[in-house]
Design a protein around this ligand. Structure first.
Ligand SMILES: NC(=O)c1ccc[n+]([C@@H]2O[C@H](COP(=O)([O-])OP(=O)(O)OC[C@H]3O[C@@H](n4cnc5c(N)ncnc54)[C@H](O)[C@@H]3O)[C@@H](O)[C@H]2O)c1
Length: 432
């Protein structure tokens, strides 16, 4: 779909986050809008804002889990504007907790909104979009949780896996009937929106009769931190989504650093291995007695040679454990660096890199290999490489809690503590 002006966009979950940004973006392109949300007050605010820009807006309080209400939404949209060209099945909720601790009401609520909400949108809009025989596009908001299975997000994961597979099937079914309606399945990682406060949208009929457990409270805190630490904004996601609509891109991973975790899942499936926890949020394991320094093999090489291992380790440590935006974990500098990966028991256990200017960075060791000497061996390997490259001084930015580790390796602190990605850091250096 390339033409937007004068055409009609329907957005569910339009009062906040991605939905509001889709609506703003659509309005900026001259589209007429149908905004649907279950929160009447927030929907009124969004409607007023968009009307003030000159956009024609139909506003409908709608619970997407209710088939009759979505059918009514479609009736109203077609009655008002005569056509619908762009459909965003976007409304969603995201409670967290251990998979066996969710109540029956939790399951009904989340699958009702996240899965049935999309199904209801397709049932009510696609037949009429097909009949229009006009250029149309459908965006279903899934998540990276539609491809991986992070711990304490099981209910959400299940719902988003469903959105991915129903979107893939939608694409095939449309082609099978000769339709050219485009489909995009939007798969973001954590982005600051209202998603960590989904409880505000829980209907009285789905209120759980169980008090939140300790595990749920902890999972909720991790979720809030991860969402608020996201570096891409909802507006960034909307911009990328419109580009995907224009280029008819089906899978939209707005945070491509997640892809090694997806590839890791597929590799485990193909090899029959146990699934890996993609965010590595399990409690740190005590180091295995079998891991000795002698058993650790170091591999140094280019980004092309070691990228998959470096990314997988960095993803688990920085994104999964520390909640840092995945987009920050990849940068152009990686291509120019010397990388080191430590292997233990056949598994890539830790990594670090040496920048051309003599700066060591991205040191990360998987939790199950900590205190086994892996980090020290990587660091010393990179120091040797720096010396061989003629550097007289080496520098790094250390997360403050590992300052003593670097001190043990001859580094001195320079300057005071500062914040980077919301984490306290110190600058350190060592003469070579
Ligand atoms: N923010 C993230 O980190 C993230 C990442 C991946 C996927 N997502 C997905 O993005 C979508 C949008 O969420 P967001 O992040 O913008 O959160 P958000 O809470 O800011 O927006 C969600 C909107 O959906 C509405 N909503 C909730 N239940 C509804 C219902 N039953 N019927 C109609 N509307 C309802 C809410 O009122 C809200 O306006 C969701 O499907 C979410 O799962 C979000």
């Amino acid at each position: 779909m390339k033409q937007f002006a004068g055409r009609v966009a329907v957005v569910t979950g339009a009062a906040s986050g991605f939905g509001l940004e889709f609506a703003r973006h659509a309005a900026s392109r001259g589209m007429q809008l149908v905004l649907a949300d279950v929160e009447p007050a927030a929907l009124d605010v969004a409607t007023a804002e968009l009307r003030a820009t000159g956009a024609q807006v139909l506003s409908c309080v709608t619970d997407v889990s209710n088939a009759e209400q979505v059918a009514l939404l479609a009736d109203q949209a077609f009655a008002e504007f005569g056509a619908v060209h762009l459909l965003f099945n976007n409304a969603g909720v995201a409670p967290v907790g251990l998979i066996w601790e969710h109540s029956a009401a939790d399951w009904q609520w989340v699958l009702g909104v996240n899965v049935m909400g999309v199904a209801n949108g397709l049932r009510s809009f696609v037949p009429r979009m097909l009949a229009q025989s006009d250029d149309c596009h459908i965006v279903n908001t899934a998540s990276v949780a539609g491809f991986i299975s992070p711990t304490t997000m099981g209910l959400y994961n299940a719902s988003k896996h469903a959105v991915v597979t129903l979107s893939e099937t939608l694409h095939h079914d449309l082609r099978s009937v000769g339709s050219s309606i485009g489909v995009t399945v939007l798969c973001p990682a954590f982005v600051p929106t209202g998603i960590a406060r989904s409880e505000r949208n829980r209907p009285a009929s789905a209120v759980s009769d169980q008090a939140p457990t300790e595990a749920t409270r902890r999972a909720q805190a991790v979720m809030e931190r991860a969402v608020s630490a996201g570096r891409l904004s909802a507006a960034d996601i909307a911009g990328m989504t419109f580009q995907a609509i224009e280029s008819r891109q089906f899978y939209l991973f707005t945070h491509p650093a997640i892809l090694p975790a997806v590839a890791g899942r597929h590799a485990a499936i193909a090899s029959g291995a146990e699934p890996d926890d993609p965010f590595g949020k399990r409690p740190a394991l005590s180091p295995s007695a079998a891991i000795t320094q002698a058993g650790i093999r170091l591999e140094t090489g280019s980004w092309d040679a070691l990228q998959a291992h470096c990314q997988a380790i960095r993803f688990r440590v920085f994104v999964g454990e520390q909640g840092i935006d995945p987009a920050l974990e990849l940068d152009e500098a990686d291509r120019d660096c010397l990388h080191c990966v430590a292997w233990s028991g056949g598994k890539a256990a830790g990594t670090g890199r040496l920048l051309p200017g003599g700066h060591i960075g991205r040191m990360a060791v998987l939790p199950e290999f900590r205190r086994s000497g892996v980090g020290g061996l990587i660091l010393e390997q990179l120091i040797v490489a720096a010396r061989e490259r003629g550097h007289r001084r080496i520098e790094l930015s250390a997360q403050a809690y590992v300052e003593s580790f670097y001190r043990r390796h001859g580094f001195t602190r320079e300057g005071s503590m500062y914040l980077e990605a919301g984490i306290e850091h110190v600058k350190m250096w060592r003469a070579l």
